[in-house]
Design a protein around this ligand. Structure first.
Ligand code: GDP
Length: 298
């Protein structure tokens, strides 16, 4: 992950080593290298511009430091700016004062929502919660079954429509699941919704209807990091059509460039809450901007 970006930044910093002080020309050259590295990583252009500008201004204004040489100083600035664009603080689920907390998953088909539902449930259990998974994706014939398999693996109950009993109405299923959670004392409800392969008005409307019906405490936009810049476009469409509170990046294990991770927070203004990096239940964690920045800087 972030292979090229990591290498390019390392080379840039290396070229500054041994310099006693940085001239404006050094700073400009460094800024140019960072710009190229970020663009090659498929980071959104406006994010790149803002980032490079911030680094430049801070490098120019940096006090001569006793403790850090110029190269270290630049690394420090880049690190801090990376943490900034990745969201600064770690932010996870805000639980409702009055249970159940309702979390709705939205995103394109194949983004990894169903897989994520199992991972999130596992994480919730570890945090001491009692989650209920809800199969409100009734678009794909196999989706309910898939969630049931995931639920079984995670050891979590799955609420699914009974055949013939409101089976075709995901809004009703989602609504009923909240009642079920209240009755059976589940304190978190995770609603899996339908996606399509591309952005689609009907799907968007359905997700918006589910949102309106169950008033989730958190809507999580689930997006495949491997689609790079397209993640940002898709996010904008979901922001407009459904609205969301946080982002979950999936398939980080297959994302060599990192453009989605580095762009999505700035472009949407919403925090990345979780990251998924594999098909197994344990390939999942809370997203920590500082740890991700450290990983990028190697
Ligand atoms: P949904 O259509 O949004 O519910 O997506 P699925 O959960 O069915 O996932 C689509 C495919 O991506 C499946 O083959 C998953 O095994 C795979 N997948 C999901 N998350 C990850 C991940 O973090 N890494 C990798 N490599 N594959 C993933």
């Amino acid at each position: 992950m972030f292979d090229t970006l990591q290498d390019r930044l390392a080379a840039t910093f290396k070229s500054l080593r041994g310099k006693g002080r940085l001239t404006d020309a050094d700073i400009d050259a460094t800024a140019r290298e960072i710009r190229i590295a970020l663009l090659e990583a498929d980071v959104n252009l406006s994010v790149v511009k803002e980032f490079v500008n911030a680094v430049k201004v801070r490098a120019r204004n940096a006090e001569l430091s006793q403790a850090l040489n110029p190269s270290q100083q630049i690394v420090k600035i880049v690190n801090e700016e990376l943490v900034e664009i990745l969201g600064g603080e770690t932010r996870t689920v805000r639980f409702a004062k009055q249970p159940p907390t309702v979390i709705m998953l939205a995103g394109l088909q194949g983004a990894g929502k169903t897989t994520l539902a199992g991972k999130l449930a596992t994480w919730l259990k570890r945090e001491g919660h009692s989650p209920l998974l809800v199969a409100a994706d009734l678009q794909r014939p196999n989706a309910v079954n898939q969630l049931q398999v995931v639920g079984q693996r995670a050891g979590v109950h799955v609420y699914a429509p009974e055949p013939g009993n409101g089976a075709g109405d995901p809004v009703q299923v989602a609504r009923d699941s909240i009642e079920e959670a209240r009755r059976k004392l589940y304190d978190v409800v995770v609603v899996d919704t339908a996606g399509r392969l591309g952005i689609d008005a009907e799907m968007m409307q359905q997700a918006a209807d589910i949102r309106a019906a169950v008033q989730p405490d958190e809507v999580l936009f689930v997006v495949d990091a491997m689609i790079g810049q397209d993640a940002v476009n898709t996010a904008n469409a979901f922001q407009e059509g459904v609205g969301f509170d946080g982002v979950v990046l999936t398939k980080l294990d297959g994302d060599a460039r990192g453009g989605a991770a580095l762009s999505i927070r700035k472009v949407t203004g919403k925090p990345i809450m979780f990251a998924s990096s594999g098909e197994k239940l344990e390939d999942f964690d809370v997203f920590h901007p500082d740890r991700m920045a450290s990983r990028i800087l190697g």
